[in-house]
Structures are given as C-alpha cells and as structure tokens.
Design a protein around this ligand. Structure first.
Ligand code: ADP
Ligand code: MG
Length: 705
C-alpha cells in the first residue's frame, strides 16, 4: 500500500503550535504573546494584528478559505460560525485575503440561540467569543475544505460565562494559585506554575451505517429504544482486548491519522468489554488542551466513521443489556518544572508534602461528593451510574494497599512509619524474568481511584464534555489547599502543624476511602452506614451545583457566580426533560409507523395461513399458528395501550413549565411509560418474522460490523 506514513512527519502539521509561532512571528511579538500566555498579561491590538496576519498566511498555505471561532457552549458539543478571509472586491474585481487582530481576539455570535439558562433573553442577544491563546489554533481539513479554527471562550454581553471553557480556565487559575501557596510552605521557591493534567479515555461503539440508518431511534436519540437481547451478549468476555477486525482497524488508523495531524496524541486503542465497543486514549495534556482535544476526538470519531460506511455511537448506553460507555478522566497536578504533586515516591510515609496533598484531596472529595457526582450527571449516564454497571453512583476513593496502609497508620498512631513494598512476581517460567509488582493492585470498580501518580475519575459519561468534572475537581481541590494553607501559614511550628493537619484530615475524611468491590450490594449498605450519598439520577444530582458549600467554593475563586450556577442548573433540568421528551416522541413515532404496521402484517399472514391450511386440509393441525396469533394479538393490544399512555403523559410533560418539576415528571412518569411500551415490543420482536421486523436487531448491529 502506498499510503503508509511516518507519524513524526504528520504529527501536529495542522496546528499553529509554539514551534510554528517561534518560526513565523517576529521575536518581539512571540515574546509578548508568551507573556500573555504565561503571565496572564493583556494582549494589545498591534500584537494581535501581527499574530492574526501570520496565522492567516500559515492557514492559507494549508488550503484554508475560512476561519472560525471554535467554542464550547452548554450543549455539550462545540459550535462554530465560519467566515471566509475574503474582503470586498477591489476595482480590478479581485479580492484580498485578510484577517485582523480584532477578528482573531473577538467574535460576536448570536448568544440567544445557545442555552443560557435565562442569562440571555432573545432581545438582548449579544455574546462574545474571546481567543483562548493557551489552546493552539488549528486547521481542520475535511469535505468542507480547510478551516482555521480558533479556540475561544464564550461570554454574554454582561460577562457571564455561557460555555465550558471560561470556568475551566478560571478553575485552572484557582488551583495554580493555591497549589503554589502550598508548595511555598514546603520551601519550594522555584516552581512558577502548577497545572492540572488530564488524560481522558474515550469509549465508543461502532456500527454499520446502513443498518444505523434503518434505526430511527439511533438517528434521533443516539441510543436504541427497543431491542430484544441477542442469543449472545458479552458473557464470553471475548471482545475485550480481542484482535481488532480489519474494517475497524482501518477506521482507527484513519482516526489516528486525522488526530495526529491536529496534534492530538492518540495513543492507545483497543476493543472494550461489549461487542462493537472500543476505546481510544490520548497521552495526557494540560487540562484545557485535553478538553479541546477530547472534543476534537469525538468529532473525528464521528466524521471518519462516515467515510468507512460506519457510524460511531458516543451515547452512554446505546444498547440495553451490554455495557455502556464512559470516559475515564485521569487527573494530576504538575509544576512547570516537572514535579507531579500526586507522585508518592518510593516511601510515601516520609513524603509529607504528598500526604498533605492526598489528605486535602480526600477532604475535597468527601465534602463535595455531591458536586463531583453532579459534574458527571448526564441523561445518558443515568443508565450507567447506579444501574448495576460501572461505576457505582456512590463517590468513594480507592487508595490501594500501600497508601491505604499509610493512611491507617496515620489514623491509628498519628504517624506513618513505613510503606508496604511491591513484592517479587514469580512467573514460574525460566525464560520469563521475574519482576517487581506494583505496591498496589488496580481496582476497576472505584469511581475515584488512585492509580500510581494520578487519580482516575470514572463516572464521566462518554458523550459529555470533560470540562465539567475538571472544573469541579480543580475548584474543590483548590479550596482544600487554600484552607490548609490558611492554617499552616499561621503556624509557629510548621512541622508539628502539618503533621496534625494531615492526621486531622485523615481521621475526618476516612469514610470516603473504600478499597473493596464497588459493585457489591454490601458496599451500598456500608456506604449508607458511613453516610455517603448514593444519587442515582441526574435530576437528583443537579441541585448540588447551587448547594451553599458549592456556591461558596466557586465564588471564592471566581469560577462561577451564583447567577451562573443557577443558570446552569436551569439548563440541566431543561436538557433532561427535552432529552427524555425526544426519546418518548421517537418511541411513539416508531411504534405507530413501523412496529404496529409490521405486527399487523404478521398477524394477517398468520391468519391467512390458518385459513389456507384449513381450506386445503381440514384435518391439519393449525394449533401452532393459532397460538402464535393469540399471543401476538395480546402483545399487540398491550402495545397499543402502552402507546396511548405514553402519548398522554408525554403531552402532559410537554405542557409543564420548564424546571425541576418537569424534569422529575419526565423521570418518574414518562420514563416508566417508555419502559412499559418497550416490554411488549421486545417480546414481539422475538415472535415476528425477521423479514417483517422493520429494523435491524441487536445481533445485526453489534455482531455484524
Ligand atoms: P489505564 O488506566 O487504561 O491502564 P493508563 O494508566 O496508561 O491506562 O493511562 C490512561 C490515561 O491516563 C492516558 O490518557 C494517560 O496519558 C493518562 N495519564 C497517565 N499519567 C497521567 C498523569 N500523571 N496525569 C494525568 N493523566 C495521566
Ligand atoms: Mg484507565
């Protein structure tokens, strides 16, 4: 094949990276831009003009005709409005290509068409996008041509954030400031900046596009609303890490290539637990870049699938009965000179700074568990969290044997004196060397697990932006650091004070540590005894955003104002109700126009066949046909009744005022009516002639890709 390529040659070729800027920008301008990026200085228009010009020249060389301010409104997706570079024609009829500093740093999309939770009325629609110079611009090449994409933050005319990016950047500033305070207390005078790093592992399903197009439920809602279980599910565990089939491998190869060109470090890929489920993980990056890159990854997964006659499903639960998809959010905090604050070192018990960081994180998670849970709340994710699937809806922290033991020493004796060491793993095969095991095993059932030098937050949904959980993580950990620093900065004897504080936090927040099986029923009971919340639905999770302790933490660091939080809560309730409303309407549509007609056809065929057989041979036994006809007719009647009920309650829900009550109604009433409709339809699927059934089955979708 001629299209083999060298990754090093293409990696980042479509990114206006630091290297490109160093090469193309005048030295003075480059330096100025770095002052803006690194020290948060303001960008002047003259400098912006020079950068814009060079950016445009570079983009045009890549074939770009348009530019766009690329932003992340509260839809969970990205948004963009394209402008071409052309200016008004000159006298000779030709056009020039132009792009000014003003156009680079500020855009003005109509804010009224994006979710704002009442922050923006349509008559006061002004909203601004502002260049986020800490995330590199890039050129996206696809069927639409090449477009220069400029990552931006999106705010209302009055300065409220209308996007995910603005609060994320604010939360990064918060943790930077507070972590530096903490480092200074330990005598570190050299680190200048602390940044959270994030590596999101993305799960997704791949199905055949032609089959997808025959499923209106997938088209309208991203998940199947009907479907009997196929004879085989995931019980054989034969898909996980299995050999990747060629059609999928070719797709992944294309995805990687696209991502590498955009500077996204796509690193690992493998088959996941459920049939047709896969995972892609990048190498971790600075939090805001990781958030951008995850959005690009989701877009690319979807776009490239189309080229291969495939469809990528990012929904958290596209198929009932097999595993859903999540997004593990690996998180750590690192200084500009390379110190990972979550690195315990060889002997964690002696690493006082680490122990303080760790116990601060325990405190943060314990005190803001509901908020962190809310940050992973998503309509689709309700099918995973707390629904007998990974991970449970109870927030607990897994520390593993080594740290768990250190913590226990702290709690029982007030001081930790030793750390468990990894043992030798004997393979029993002479030619395979024995090696040292990690001191700590992994635990896949914990929603918040320490994995060596980072925490892995596993509750996040596959389709959701990872901005939300990271805004919360950064903020609550900053708050814990800040409280600790308030105490320690005043202490006469630092060593004594820090020792006492670590012990205090360990004792007060040990209830959130759990190293056992997070899927077990015993844990649910034990967690209740410990007073840990188990919030099973998004609707119940949402209020945590405006709980007094959340508002206090967010306002303290200027991440969100109370008004912004209230608007987000409104949007979440609306999103919940709207999503279920669409699902209910899709069910009504499919059952009325496809399922019932198909079943009637089948009963007609059955009825006719009884007649025909009886006419031809009166002694023939037509009992099988008769029984099938009776059973099918009964299920058809049940379907019709459930359909009428679903129509009724969906209309009721639609007529309600938006807000919490409506969301609760959709969860408790409409969803129940949807379940009641699905049940007879799934039974009918097992009876009706496959040729007459109006859509591909689960088996067709997940086993025949
Ligand atoms: P798994 O958890 O599936 O075994 P890894 O531990 O290799 O996989 O990493 C999963 C993700 O965590 C990857 O995106 C990786 O880059 C990221 N990661 C690794 N180290 C860190 C770190 N210090 N901070 C944040 N993310 C990290
Ligand atoms: Mg992982």
């Amino acid at each position: 094949m001629s299209d083999y390529f060298n990754v090093a040659d293409i990696f980042g070729e479509n990114v206006f990276s630091d290297a490109v800027m160093l090469e193309r920008l005048p030295k003075k301008v480059y330096k100025k831009l770095h002052e803006v990026m690194d020290e948060g200085q303001e960008l002047d228009l003259a400098t912006a003009d020079v950068i814009a010009h060079e950016m445009k020249e570079w983009a045009i060389e890549k074939g770009a005709t348009h530019y766009t301010h690329w932003f992340q409104p509260l839809t969970g997706f990205t948004a963009e409005k394209h402008d071409s570079f052309i200016t008004a024609p000159m006298e000779n009829g030709k056009v020039l290509m132009s792009f000014s500093g003003k156009e680079l740093i500020k855009g003005e999309p109509d804010a009224s068409s994006f979710p704002s939770g009442g922050l923006r009325a349509t008559f006061e629609a002004r909203g601004y996008t502002a260049w986020d110079c800490t995330s590199p611009a890039f050129v996206r090449q696809d069927a639409a041509g090449a477009t220069l994409c400029i990552p931006t933050a999106f705010c209302s005319y009055t300065g409220e954030s209308l996007d995910q990016k603005t609060p994320l950047l604010r939360s990064m500033e918060a943790i930077n400031e507070q972590a530096l305070r903490l480092l200074r207390l330990f005598g570190n005078t050299t680190s200048k900046k602390v940044t959270p790093s994030v590596g999101p592992e993305q799960e997704y399903f791949i199905v055949d596009r032609a089959k997808y197009l025959k499923r209106k439920d997938l088209i309208f809602t991203g998940r199947t609303l009907f479907g009997a279980m196929p004879p085989k599910g995931q019980e054989m565990d034969d898909h996980y890490f299995g050999a990747i089939r060629e059609r999928i491998a070719a797709y992944m190869r294309d995805v990687n290539k696209e991502l590498w060109k955009l500077g996204v470090t796509a690193k690992t890929q493998h088959n996941e637990v459920a049939p047709a489920q896969h995972e892609l993980a990048p190498i971790y990056a600075e939090c805001n870049v990781a958030v951008d890159h995850n959005q690009l990854t989701m877009e690319t997964l979807k776009k490239v699938a189309g080229r291969h006659g495939l469809q990528c499903l990012l929904h958290e639960k596209p198929f009932a009965g097999v595993n859903g998809s999540g997004k593990h959010n690996n998180w750590s905090i690192t200084t500009d000179d390379g110190i990972n604050l979550l690195d315990p070192g060889e002997t964690p018990h002696e690493n006082i700074q680490f122990l303080l960081v760790l116990t601060c994180i325990l405190k943060a998670i314990d005190e803001h568990a509901l908020l962190l849970r809310a940050s992973a709340a998503d309509v689709g994710n309700d099918h995973r969290l707390g629904a007998n699937e990974a991970p449970p809806a109870i927030l607990s922290v897994y520390l593993g044997d080594q740290l768990g033991d250190v913590l226990n020493q702290l709690i029982s004796t007030g001081a930790a004196t030793h750390s468990l060491e990894g043992e030798r793993l004997e393979t029993g095969v002479k030619t395979i060397p024995d090696f040292m095991k990690d001191a700590t095993d992994r635990n896949r059932t914990s929603p918040f697990a320490f994995t060596g030098n980072k925490f892995e937050f596993r509750m996040v949904g596959s389709k959701d932006s990872v901005a939300k959980p990271n805004i919360v993580l950064n903020t609550i950990v900053a708050a814990a650091f800040s409280e600790a620093c308030d105490v320690l900065e005043k202490a006469d004897d630092f060593d004594l004070a820090v020792h006492d504080l670590i012990k205090k936090y360990a004792v007060e927040h040990q209830r959130v540590v759990f190293n056992g099986d997070g899927y077990s029923d015993e844990w649910v009971e034990e967690a209740a005894r410990r007073g840990l919340a188990n919030v099973k639905s998004m609707v119940d999770a949402i209020p945590a955003y405006v709980a007094p302790e959340s508002v206090e933490a967010f306002e303290k660091f200027g991440v969100f104002t109370k008004t912004e939080l209230e608007s987000r809560v409104e949007i979440e309730y609306e999103t919940y109700a709207k999503t279920i409303n669409i699902e209910a309407r899709a069910m009504i549509d499919i059952v009325s126009k496809q399922i019932i007609p198909a079943v009637i056809k089948y009963t007609t065929v059955l009825g006719n066949s009884i007649q025909i057989v009886a006419n031809a041979c009166p002694q023939a036994d037509t009992q099988v046909q008769s029984e099938l006809l009776t059973e099918t007719s009964a299920l058809l009647a049940e379907t019709q009744k459930a359909l009428a009920e679903l129509k009724k309650v969906t209309d009721q829900g639609g007529a309600m005022a938006q807000g919490k009550e409506q969301a609760v109604f959709y969860r408790d009433v409409v969803k129940a009516a949807m379940d009641a409709l699905r049940a007879p339809v799934d039974k009918l699927e097992m009876i009706v002639d496959k040729d007459l059934w109006p859509m591909p089955s689960y088996g067709d979708l997940i086993f025949e890709v």
